[in-house]
Write a protein that binds this ligand. Structure first.
Ligand code: UN1
Length: 506
């Protein structure tokens, strides 16, 4: 594999998706590197910060007409988007692999997640239900109506470079809101591809306003401009808690709506009755999949002391044979980390864990001879004596901290004893334990599972978490309500004017 191959491969994928060459192959100042070998695979022009306002104005103009298009007709656009995604699934999936380093099947899975949310949003476009409420006054009717809000800013991270945009865009557009998307500066190429795919759906649709979906290629300051604008009533931001801390107060200050999906530090409890074979497979997928770079990746394992030796030995054996390598090759399960900074954070966390008494198995860099500019990490399991500070932090890399417990309440307390609250799970065949874990006294996370790992959620459920994860919900269930404004309506069809609460006035 040569550098030329990667750049040429990227170029041909982008061209076949309809992205004009000057958008990625000119003098653009943003140099995009493939984590596969660290080589430059594209150069993308960055939007001037001063152009953010112009794009917001355009989104506002699109809003004026889009908000009055009937929702089922808006759904038709998303149906076409889903069709385009189906037709280009392989190409876009391959591009995700080249730009974000995901193994082929996970790159394709990410595009499937986009298709799934499109299907979901199409159905939703014939719903967007409001309640009818019993009025206390004779001859009156009360109801709730859901209306579009306005442009929706979407800030996404490198690790799900296309799916998280689709979660937001499919809902926002069906709900009647234009979208302004600021992708990660590490993955603008897949964003250009999505824009081209979206534009094709728009041209087949016929009469959508221009600028319904716009891309903002830039840096943190572009995201800050979106967060600050009163003309962007919703800002949906996915990324680190540090990013959320920068965005959320700015949006709150102007009373905008923020939908935040920030850091996670997800745990699994393995109880004595657990099916260990199932648990080992779930742990491997959720701790090592996407090289530990999912928000939902498994990072903390609490194993009952009666089975901990057996489980950890099996796990360490399974880790010993994990294929780390080029994510395009069949059989590879662990691709590269996104960049050097990620690898350094991985190495530093392992150093701190050792200092805190942890025993590391695995870890270290792979393929450094073949790819000195790429950063492949060997997944690590660290047997920790306790949940020390490094365990309580999210390190976006394949590190699994394993601890033992003797009492379920203690395990639940440890699981909840971190600042993040995204995803969690228990492996048990004991109904009482499972239900306790899901109860009000159980997991404090936005996602809590039984006998499946914490990652790999379907789009039908609401996705997001509590505490420093930010409290937002995206994707399924009634997450659409975050993209609309609720209006309470009271209609008087009588010839009287009775006042509520029995008030007499005049
Ligand atoms: C993320 O890492 O930001 O549940 C999203 C999962 C995926 C989405 C993860 N469906 O792992």
């Amino acid at each position: 594999m040569s550098t030329l191959d990667l750049r040429a491969q990227t170029r041909s994928l982008l061209l076949s998706l309809g992205v004009p060459a000057e958008r990625f192959d000119g003098e653009g100042e943003l140099r995009v590197r493939s984590p596969i070998d660290g080589s430059v695979i594209g150069q993308v022009p960055v939007d001037l910060v001063t152009s953010v306002d112009t794009k917001i104005e355009r989104a506002q103009a699109a809003f004026q007409s889009w908000r009055v298009v009937p929702a089922p007709r808006r759904g038709e656009l998303i149906r076409l988007l889903g069709e385009e995604l189906r037709a280009h699934k392989d190409t876009l999936g391959e591009l995700v692999t080249l730009e974000a380093g995901k193994v082929t099947s996970e790159g394709l899975g990410e595009v499937q997640e986009m298709i799934d949310i499109c299907d979901f949003a199409v159905g939703l476009s014939r719903q967007l239900y409001g309640l009818t409420i019993a009025s206390e006054r004779p001859g009156h009717r009360m109801m709730e109506t859901w209306h579009p809000v306005g442009p929706c800013g979407v800030i996404t991270a490198f690790n799900f470079p296309v799916a998280v945009w689709a979660w937001n865009a499919a809902l926002a557009i069906v709900c009647g809101n234009p979208v302004l998307w600021k992708p990660s500066e590490k993955t603008p190429l897949t964003a250009l591809a999505c824009q081209a795919i979206f534009d094709r759906a728009v041209s087949r649709f016929g009469d959508a306003p221009a600028d319904l979906q716009q891309l903002l290629v830039g840096q943190a300051v572009h995201g800050e401009a979106l967060a600050a604008s009163t003309k962007v009533p919703i800002v949906s931001a996915t990324g680190s808690t540090r990013m959320g801390r920068a965005v959320a107060p700015v949006v709150a200050q102007r009373f905008g709506k923020a939908i935040l999906e920030l850091g996670g530090n997800n745990a699994m409890i393995v109880a004595p009755s657990a099916d260990l074979e199932l648990a080992v497979r779930a742990i491997a997928f959720s701790a090592v999949g996407t090289a530990g770079q999912r928000c939902t990746s498994l990072r903390r394992l609490f194993v009952h002391e009666a089975i901990s030796e057996e489980l950890l030995e099996r796990l360490e054996r399974a880790y010993g044979s994990l294929p780390v390598g080029d994510p395009r090759e069949a059989g590879t399960l662990v691709g590269p980390l996104i960049d050097r900074t990620s690898y350094e954070a991985f190495a530093e966390a392992l150093r701190r864990a050792t200092e805190a008494g942890g025993q590391v198995s695995g870890g270290g860099r792979a393929l450094s001879e073949e790819h000195p500019q790429a950063f492949y990490a060997r997944p690590a399991i660290v047997r920790m004596p306790r949940q020390s500070s490094v365990v309580r932090e999210e390190t976006f890399a394949p590190i699994l901290y394993a601890m033992t417990y003797s009492d379920l309440d203690e395990a639940i307390a440890l699981q909840n004893g971190v600042t993040q609250g995204l995803s969690s799970c228990i492996f048990t065949n004991d109904l009482r334990e499972a239900e306790r874990f899901l109860s009000a006294a159980g997991s404090d996370c936005g996602i809590a599972n039984v006998n499946i790992g914490p990652s790999g959620a379907e789009i039908g459920g609401a996705f997001g978490g509590e505490k420093e994860t930010g409290g937002g919900r995206e994707s399924g269930s009634d997450a659409w309500k975050g993209y609309m404004r609720r209006q309470t309506n009271t209609v008087n069809y009588s010839a009287e004017l009775p006042l509520a609460q029995g008030i007499k006035f005049g």
